[in-house]
Structure formats: C-alpha cells, structure tokens
Design a protein around this ligand. Structure first.
Ligand code: SAH
Length: 390
C-alpha cells in the first residue's frame, strides 16, 4: 500500500531520517502494516512500517528497493553482528547489545546477548508481529544461541505480558554474565529488567579500571548495586548502596557474592535517596566518590522526581557529603534532555554551592549501543565525571 508524505518529510527520508510522525503523512493511513512511502508526485521513497508507539507512528526500514522478508532481517542482524566482532572476541565481557534498533537499521527491536542467551525487546506491535520471521533470521545468524527471551516494552494490543521465554533452553537463575572481568547475576525472565543495565558498561569499566581505588563510594539509585560491585572489584575501600526498592538489598548482596567479595563490608540501604542524604549529613558521613544515576522519572509517595526539576538538588546534596577533591559521577538517561542542558543544570547547582569543579571525563553510550548518524536522538545517555574542590 502507498502512503503519501509531504515535501518536508520526503526530504527527511532522503536524508536518512528514520522516524515517522503523524504530520509527515498526507491523508488516511493504516496501522501495523508495511507501506511504501511516496512523495507528492507518487514516486516511491522508502519502505516503512506504521505502528503506533511511544514516540512517532512508524519507522522507515529501507530506502532501497528490497523485500522485507527473513533475508532482510537476517542481513540487518548479520551486519550488526559484524560490528560487534570485538565484543565477541573479548574474553572479559560476554554481555552486550547485538542489535540496537534504528542504530542498526532495524527500528523497534533491540537484542541483548547474555553469555549465550538472547533477550529481544519489542517496541511496537508491527515489529512484534514479525516475531516468527525475525526469530528464524536470528537463528540463522546465531546458530549457537542457547535460548531466547523476549520483553514487551510498550502497551501492546497483541501481547498482554512483559516477559517470556520463546526459544531453546532456559537459563539457570541467576544467569551469570561477565563484563570487564566482573560477574553479574542476571534474571532473564523476571519482568522487564534483568539485573543489569548494559548501557552503563563504560562507567562500570571506569570504576573497575582505577577510578575507585582506595575510595569510599556512595551509589545512589543503586538498583542491584552494579556500580558498587564494579567499584569494590576495582579496589574501593568501601561501598554504600541506596535504593528505594526493598528487593534491591538481596539483589545487591547477590552481586557481591557472585564475585567472592565480602558482603558484610558493604552498606546496603533500602530508602529514599533524599532521606539518605539527610541521614548522612546528620551522621557526618562523607564519601570520595558519589554516583548519581536516577531514573528519568520517578514517584515516591507524593513526590515526583524529574531530571529537569530535581537533578540540581541531587548535586547540591551530594556536595554536602563529598570529601574535598571528591568525584561525582552524574548520569542521566533522559532522552529529551540535551548534554548541554544537563551540563547547565549540573554546573548551576555546583555554582550555587560555591565550590570549584572540573568535568574531567564524559561518557555516553558504549559502542554496542550503536547510534545512527541520521538519528542522533538515539544517543540518550549522558554521564559527567566531576571533580570537586571544597
Ligand atoms: N544505577 C542503576 C540503575 C538505576 S534504575 C544501575 O546502573 O544499575 C533506577 C532505580 O532507582 C530503581 O531501582 C528504583 O527503585 C530507584 N529509585 C527510584 N526513585 C528512588 C528514590 N527516590 N530513592 C532511591 N531510589 C529510587
């Protein structure tokens, strides 16, 4: 079926921009189907799929004249796999992203590799409807895969669950993966989250590689304590992990245990980070390194946390309990916030606290989370390493 796009959209498509929004299309359009996008003169521009999702109403799949079939999917998966050759060859890491949606020119799907298993994440109903074809294509490209899981990361009309096992063996629980030589306990079929956010591997790598040596570390919004474990592995003096969720206590203990690290030497709290900051201040606790990695949006009781409104408070509270010459690792995954804006929020709060500071290092998505040059919006992660002189 042909769907007509306006002049502006035709130009965007020619430039390789993949995301379609409602205003791009002229006239009525279908949902959850493949279409040929044509310009106002009815000349074909691209093959796309339309499917409502969080953002936009569809994605361009190709501007070449090619059929969308198992071979197409296998080609995209193979090209993506070739680009990860260095990860597959790295004996210290066996968990990483092998397909990053539009960054690998297969929008709507990401695939993570967990030490022999694969976890598919679907982002809309059209791409989900292609599951059988895509799974066959995947098995063609990864014949040795042990098993496959899936996550439904949107409000689907055809699947009313979050997580399922869809092929091959089931991984034992926890399933141990390795990153920069550190073990992480993961659960591949427990809701949407697996126990590790693979996009933070560079930051964990920095902690393993010397940044944490001899330091006292406070890890806020710690989830399963992955940053704490990386820091402890990297020679931290002690770690403190703080997360609101009760489950994070046992999960964090487990991460230390699977690395043979002394759990009793670590502090792990289930509490609101703002309460923890107050507690630490009252008890005159202080740290050499503080990690801030909040969700982009969170609600605790009546309080709503958003990066734009509340990140500054986190920075200011951190400065109060940071040792002189200490480091704050300030991270955000808020896609709608530019690096420039994030830096502005952070530097304004540091100026409010009247401290000298220097941004010594910056991280973004690791190389396995490929970003298409035509779609830099996909580059959502921003991490600043800030040295503070008090
Ligand atoms: N930094 C973690 C990932 C954080 S996920 C990592 O790299 O693994 C976000 C976490 O923030 C969740 O575990 C959630 O429970 C926690 N959280 C949300 N609001 C919070 C609050 N006000 N205080 C403490 N933790 C909070």
């Amino acid at each position: 079926m042909n769907v007509k796009v306006n002049k502006k959209a035709a130009q965007k498509i020619k430039n390789g921009y993949p995301l379609l929004v409602e205003q791009d299309l002229i006239g009525k359009f279908p949902d959850n189907t493949l279409v040929t996008l044509v310009n106002e003169a009815n000349q074909p521009l691209a093959t796309a799929y339309l499917s409502k999702q969080n953002k936009g109403i569809g994605w361009v799949l190709t501007t070449k004249n090619e059929k969308i079939d198992q071979m197409f999917y296998a080609n995209q998966l193979q090209k993506a796999k070739n680009k990860r050759a260095n990860y597959f060859a790295d004996e210290t890491t066996n968990a990483f992203r092998v397909l990053n949606g539009e960054g690998d020119y297969l929008p709507g799907l990401t695939i993570d590799y967990y030490n022999g298993y694969a976890v598919f994440s679907w982002y809309n109903d059209f791409i989900l409807s292609q599951k059988a074809l895509i799974l066959q294509a995947f098995l063609q490209v990864y014949p040795d895969i042990l098993g496959v899981y899936e996550k439904i990361r949107f409000k689907s009309d055809i699947a009313n669950y979050e997580s399922a096992h869809i092929h091959g063996n089931k991984a034992s629980e926890p399933w141990i993966v390795k990153e920069n030589g550190v073990n992480y306990a993961t659960y591949l079929d427990e809701g949407l989250m697996t126990g590790i956010f693979l996009d933070q591997k560079n930051v964990r790598g920095a902690l393993v590689d010397g940044l944490a040596v001899g330091k006292s570390v406070l890890n806020t919004f710690s989830y399963t304590g992955a940053f704490s474990v990386a820091a402890a592995f990297g020679g931290a003096l002690e770690t403190t992990s703080v997360d609101l969720a009760n489950r994070s206590i046992d999960k964090t203990k487990e991460q230390f245990l699977v690395n043979g690290l002394d759990v009793d030497a670590q502090k792990i709290y289930a509490m609101d980070v703002f309460n923890y900051f107050n507690y630490a201040k009252k008890k005159e606790l202080s740290y050499d390194l503080i990690v801030l990695d909040p969700p982009s949006f969170a609600r605790n009781k009546k309080k709503i946390f958003t990066v734009e409104k509340n990140y500054g408070e986190l920075i200011e509270a951190s400065v109060d309990i940071l040792n002189d010459q200490g480091t704050i690792i300030a991270s955000t995954n808020a896609a709608n916030l530019s690096t420039k804006k994030f830096k502005a929020i952070v530097t304004e709060s540091l100026k409010n606290k009247k401290v000298q500071f220097a941004i010594e290092r910056q991280e973004q998505l690791p190389a396995d989370f490929r970003v298409a040059p035509e779609f830099l919006e996909g580059d959502y992660l921003k991490v600043l390493f800030i040295k503070v002189k008090k």
